[in-house]
Ligand binder design. Structure first.
Ligand SMILES: [Mn+2]
Length: 634
């Protein structure tokens, strides 16, 4: 019976596909067709032609050919019921054909020839129209293999070129005259990406093929889109990240003659946002700003493009100007983490890019935390951690998480702590006491770990504060350089009382000073810090404020004493930050604070910190061993 095989392969309780009860009685040619895009284990397109009351079906791994020169494999599959003309949906994983199925095109067709060895049809659909010839080859006996070609030329479609060479920019200064669209260069390898039939192939400026296993999902995500793209490949084979900057051909159209502004608009309409690839940002008219930002981000150059320039493959054009920032190209990350986790903490999606600008993946985040675990863990030990998570990377949203009772693994220690003003009276905070705990946090994309200035005891009791923190926050118009000067002055004031403070960058814009202390009352640290901050503001009202209000902070450094409040937290030492780059809250020496002249002097990223630890050890280790008594002020 015609649909026996179809039914045998499917369990009607598990698949959403139509399962008709009776076999069709209809005979003779039909006239409807459907082509489904099927994201099964391997992407393919299912071409189904109505005939004798069923849908005669072929699976075509690369989809319909678009020109007469291309011959594609088509594998005959079991007949499908007529109801399948309208089927789209998710076939559950593990079932036959598990994966998403969408209707790629449908329409009507005419039969020119139909026998056991050859089928010739004329399709009239939205996307598929023309004369197609299926020829049975039967070569491997087991599978019913056919070849599929298109016999007419669609006059409106230009064939997709086999390859091309990237257009090159002329080195120079940022043009002062005219309109320019600067695009940031990431110091990677220029490649041409050829997308066809759900597969991509990358070639470099010499035409040599470039392997990019990390980009495996790019092809399927483009579906049947045919395109030739100009892109930059950053990072190693595993950690590769693709920035797409231009388009030479899109779906049957040679786009090289179009002005860049139109090519860019076309690019923005293509489905080109993925976990490891996206459009390179363009900033029309913002040359100097982009150049300054690129320099600050340690990116090697900016390409200023004339928005009216055509794409000239393989040529060096004066309408693209490459402006060097003077910064060396970033090195590909050398260390790779073991990608399945650490101890009892497993890592899901290790290749997911968390910091797109640097291509830093979740596995890299884990590798960083393992590399600094020895010095970081003492700063976390017994302190209830507030997590800030970026599950989709730093360019997407983040959220705070205190209560992890719903998903924390049983082996993770937690502490129940009061949360006044929170949704409930208290919450089960995680305690990150070991490298497994750090790996657990990395898996949650909890880039930032914030901790209070106190610890819990063995039974979860809240101890008195053991740290005083001064958070130096630069107001609008000031930078960490101003913070450094204020920090030096605070240190002098503390020295008058024989107190020593230890400096640290925040990993964000500012910095912190810490004093290890022993106190007899919980309020003592706040009172002390507030009094000193207010003294500082009185002494230098032009450059320091002790008041939170944003408007009062313009042009001044805000000495935030309020983080000594037991319900407040501060970024933990060695924690990453959820910013454009993986910057780190990094302990520094007083010499470094005094030498700070440019904001960059006190910026450290995940790549810098392990070498600093090798050189200095933990510069904040005295926080655990040198408690000081606070003077009574009054
Ligand atoms: Mn299929």
């Amino acid at each position: 019976m015609p649909l026996d095989e179809y039914r045998r392969k499917r369990d009607p309780r598990r698949t959403p596909e139509p399962i008709p009860g009776d076999d069709p009685a209809v005979e003779g040619p039909g006239h409807r067709f459907v082509i489904q895009e099927h994201h099964a284990r391997r992407l393919h397109w299912d071409v189904r032609l109505e005939r004798d009351g069923v849908l005669a079906s072929w699976a075509v791994p690369k989809g319909l050919p678009t020109d007469p020169e291309t011959v594609r494999l088509a594998v005959r599959t079991e007949d499908h019921p007529i109801e399948y003309l309208e089927f789209s949906g998710e076939i559950p994983a593990g079932e036959y054909g598990g994966g998403a199925m969408t209707i790629w095109d449908s329409g009507t067709y005419e039969t020119e020839k139909w026998n056991r060895r050859e089928v010739i049809v004329r399709l009239s659909g939205e996307r598929a129209s023309g004369r197609f010839v299926f020829i049975r080859t039967d070569r491997d006996g087991e599978k019913d293999n056919w070849l599929l070609r298109r016999s007419d030329r669609d006059g409106a479609r230009a064939p997709l070129p086999h390859d091309a060479r990237p257009m090159l920019a002329t080195p120079g200064e940022l043009p002062a005259e005219g309109e320019w669209w600067p695009q940031v260069g990431f110091g990677g390898r220029r490649v041409i990406v050829r997308a066809d039939g759900g597969r991509v192939r990358l070639t470099d400026a010499d035409g040599d093929e470039v392997p990019a296993p990390g980009l495996r999902e790019l092809g399927p995500s483009l579906g049947a889109t045919q395109a030739l793209l100009d892109a930059e490949l950053v990072g190693g084979a595993e950690g590769a990240y693709l920035w797409i900057g231009d388009v030479l051909h899109a779906d049957g159209r040679d786009t090289c003659a179009l002005p860049f502004r139109e090519r860019r608009a076309l690019l923005e309409r293509l489905p080109l946002e993925g976990p490891r690839w996206r459009l390179a940002p363009v900033f029309p008219g913002a040359g100097p700003e982009v150049l300054a930002a690129a320099k600050q981000q340690n990116l090697p150059y900016v390409v200023a493009k004339d928005p009216d320039s055509p794409y000239e493959p393989g040529r060096t054009s004066s309408r693209w100007v490459q402006v060097e920032t003077g910064v060396a190209a970033p090195e590909a990350p050398a260390r790779r983490a073991s990608t399945n986790g650490f101890g009892r903490a497993t890592l899901t999606n290790p290749g997911k890019v968390i910091y797109p600008l640097t291509g830093t993946t979740k596995a890299d985040v884990l590798a960083y935390y393992l590399a600094v675990a020895e010095v970081m863990l003492p700063h976390l030990r017994d302190r209830p951690v507030t997590l800030v998570r970026w599950p989709d990377g730093v360019e997407r949203g983040s959220f705070f998480e205190k209560d992890v009772s719903r998903h924390a693994p049983r082996w993770l220690r937690t502490a129940r702590v009061g949360t006044p003003g929170g949704r409930s009276e208290n919450a089960d905070f995680p305690l990150v006491d070991d490298a497994e705990g750090l790996a657990w946090a990395a898996n949650l994309a909890a880039l930032e770990l914030h901790v209070p200035q106190w610890r819990v005891g063995p039974r979860g009791a809240q101890h008195l504060p053991d740290l005083v923190v001064f958070d130096l926050d630069p107001g609008e118009g000031t930078t960490v350089v101003d913070c450094a000067r204020v920090a030096e002055r605070i240190a002098e004031r503390l020295a008058d009382d024989d107190l020593v403070a230890y400096p640290r960058t925040s990993g964000g814009k500012g910095m912190q000073l810490y004093l290890p202390v022993t106190v007899s009352r919980a309020e003592q640290t706040s009172e002390f810090a507030k009094a000193l901050a207010e003294d500082m503001a009185r002494e230098s009202p032009q450059r320091v404020t002790a008041v939170m209000a944003k408007a009062r902070r313009r042009g001044k450094v805000f000495v935030d004493w309020s983080q000594n409040n037991p319900y407040k937290t501060t970024i933990a030492s060695y924690s990453l930050r959820g910013r454009a780059r993986p910057t780190v809250a990094t302990p520094v020496t007083w010499d470094e604070v005094r030498a700070c002249r440019r904001p960059d002097d006190l910026v450290f990223t995940a790549a810098d910190v392990p070498a600093r630890i090798a050189e200095h050890g933990d510069l904040l280790a005295p926080l655990f061993t040198e408690p000081q008594r606070l003077p009574r002020r009054g």
